[in-house]
Design a protein around this ligand. Sequence first.
Ligand SMILES: [Zn+2]
Length: 55
Amino acid sequence: MTKKKTQYLSEEHAEELDDICENCRKKDETVSQNLILTGFKFCESCRISRTFFPI
Ligand SMILES: [Zn+2]
């Protein structure tokens, strides 16, 4: 049971690193970088328009 749960979690994690921007759905290598840096799964252009949003 524990083994299965771990596998499920790692699959879910791999899915997060597909480099697809959650905002515009484009595949870009900056998406994973921005996910690490900002916590948002955005490409570079979406990041620029969202990062300094005051909320
Ligand atoms: Zn984008």
